[in-house]
Design a protein around this ligand. Structure first.
Ligand SMILES: Cc1ncc(COP(=O)(O)O)c(C=O)c1O
Length: 410
C-alpha cells in the first residue's frame, strides 16, 4: 500500500510530531486551514497557465495553454481579495516565494549599475539583498541603510541625508529580524528628492499588515510591497506583490512570464485567496492577538530570568521577540545552536538565530496566559535543565485549536 512506503511514513511521522507534539516558535512558519490545504491538493496543482502576449512559431499567443477557463477566474478572484485586504490598487500573486518577489522587485525597478539601499543583514536585514547575493547577479551596487542598534530601527535622521547624497534607484525597508515599524515619511521624502523608488519587504509582517496592525506601508507612501505569504500571513508558501502605482505594476507585470517565472502554480494562488479571505474576516483580531502575545511572552521570559532584548522599548510591536544570545551563552553556557537543540529535545522548536515568533501559536488559539506557560516551559528547559517537559508540552498542545479560520467551506 502506498501509505506504507517510506515517503508516506516519514511524512506522517513528521506531521504527527510537528502538529501534535511540538510547540513551534519559529517566526517564519505558520499553519494553514483545512480549506487552504484542500485547495493546495486540488487538480489545480496539476495544471499550467501562462500569459505571454507573444508571437510563437508565427502565431500571436496571449494564453499559452488551453483548459484555463476556471483557473483564470480563480486567479482574478484571489487577486481581488488581496487588493481588498491590503487596500491596494494592483497586485500579483504569481511570485513563487518571498525571495522571488524580492528578485522581481529588483528586476523591475532597477537597471544594471544602479545603487540600492537596504538594511544590513548584520542588523537583521534580509541576506538576499546584500552584496554577494541577488544584487550581484543583476549588476547592482548595495549600500546599507544607517541603523540605530539600540532602537533596532533605521536611523531616520541620517538615512534621508544618505539617500539624498548617494541617490539610489531603490530603497528597501523590511527585514528578517523585525520588531518595530519604520518611520516611512522621512524616507519617502528623501526618495522623492532623488527620484528613487521605495520598496518594502513585508515577508515577516504581512499578516500583521493584512490585519491593519504594525503599519500601512502603501498608505504611507511605499511604492511596492513584496513578501512571503506564509509567516505571519497564514497562507501557503509563496509570494505576492502589491502597489498603488500603475507604472510600477506595469514594470512588475513585464518581468513575470519568462523573466522570473513560467507557470505560476494556480493551486497555491487559489489557496492564498482562501487564506486572504480568512485574513479579511479574522485578520484584525488575529494580528492584535499576535502583538499582545509577543509582548506577554517577552515580559514573562524576562521576569523568569531569560535575557530578552529591547526591554526599554517594551520588547516588540511584532510577532517576534529577540533573545539576548550573548547573555544566554554567558549565563547558561549555550550557543544558539545548542539552545535550539536543547529546546528541541523537549519538543519546543525555535530557529538558530535567536528569534522567537508567536504567530503559529496564536493561530493555534493561544492567548496571553498561554504565553506565560510557554515562557515557563522555556525557562525550565533552559535554566532549570529539567527533563520530561516534553510530556507537559504534548498535554498543553491538546488544548490548542486552529483559530481565525472558517468552520466549513465559506
Ligand atoms: C525579509 C525576508 N524576505 C524574504 C525572505 C524569503 O522568503 P521565502 O522563504 O518566501 O522565499 C525571507 C525569509 O525568511 C525574509 O526574512
Amino acid at each position: 500500500m502506498a501509505h506504507e512506503n517510506k515517503l508516506f511514513s516519514l511524512t506522517l511521522k513528521h506531521a504527527q510530531w510537528r502538529m501534535h507534539e511540538t510547540l513551534n516558535l519559529i517566526p517564519s512558519e505558520n499553519i494553514t486551514s483545512p480549506q487552504v490545504r484542500e485547495l493546495l491538493a486540488s487538480d489545480l496543482g496539476h495544471r499550467y497557465t501562462l500569459m505571454v502576449n507573444s508571437t510563437i512559431h508565427g502565431v500571436y499567443i496571449n494564453n499559452a495553454y488551453g483548459g484555463t477557463k476556471f483557473t483564470d477566474q480563480i486567479e482574478t478572484e484571489s487577486e481581488e481579495i488581496a487588493k481588498h485586504v491590503f487596500g491596494a490598487r494592483f497586485c500579483t500573486l504569481k511570485p513563487l516565494s518571498g525571495h522571488i518577489a524580492g528578485m522581481i522587485m529588483l528586476f523591475s525597478l532597477c537597471a544594471r549599475n544602479d545603487l540600492i539601499m537596504a538594511i544590513s543583514a548584520d542588523l537583521g536585514g534580509y541576506d538576499g539583498y546584500m552584496a554577494g547575493y541577488m544584487p550581484d547577479k543583476l549588476g547592482l551596487h548595495v549600500d546599507c541603510l544607517p541603523f540605530v542598534e539600540r532602537d533596532w530601527n533605521v536611523d531616520f535622521e541620517i538615512a534621508p541625508k544618505l539617500i539624498r547624497k548617494n541617490k539610489p534607484r531603490l530603497v528597501i525597508l523590511g527585514a528578517s529580524f523585525i520588531l518595530f515599524p519604520y518611520d516611512i515619511k522621512p524616507i519617502r521624502e528623501a526618495c522623492d528628492d532623488v527620484n528613487a523608488f521605495l520598496g518594502y519587504d513585508a515577508s515577516h509582517v504581512l499578516g500583521l499588515i493584512a490585519g491593519g496592525e504594525f503599519q500601512k506601508p502603501l498608505k504611507d507612501g511605499v511604492d511596492l510591497v513584496v513578501g512571503s505569504t506564509h509567516k505571519t500571513l497564514f497562507g501557503p508558501q509563496g509570494g505576492l506583490m502589491i502597489t498603488n502605482r500603475e507604472d510600477v505594476f506595469d514594470e512588475v507585470s513585464n518581468r513575470l512570464a519568462w523573466h522570473t517565472l513560467d507557470n505560476p502554480h494556480q493551486n497555491r494562488i487559489a489557496a492564498l485567496g482562501q487564506a486572504l479571505l480568512e485574513a479579511k474576516e479574522f485578520g484584525s483580531e488575529y494580528a492584535r492577538q499576535i502583538i499582545k502575545n509577543s509582548k506577554r511572552l517577552a515580559n514573562a521570559l524576562n521576569d523568569l530570568g531569560i535575557p530578552v532584548l529591547y526591554a526599554h522599548k517594551d520588547f516588540t510591536q511584532s510577532h517576534q521577540v529577540l533573545l539576548d544570545l550573548n547573555r544566554i551563552r554567558s549565563e547558561f553556557g549555550l550557543n544558539s545552536t545548542e539552545l535550539m537543540n536543547l529546546l528541541e529535545s523537549e519538543n519546543m522548536i525555535i530557529d538558530a538565530v535567536g528569534r522567537l515568533g508567536t504567530n503559529e501559536m496564536t493561530r493555534r488559539g493561544c492567548k496571553e496566559d498561554d504565553m506565560e506557560r510557554i515562557a515557563e516551559f522555556f525557562t525550565r528547559i533552559v535554566k532549570g535543565k529539567e527533563k520530561k517537559i516534553k510530556n507537559e508540552i504534548i498535554e498543553f498542545l491538546k488544548d490548542c485549536k486552529l483559530t481565525y479560520c472558517f468552520d466549513d467551506k465559506k
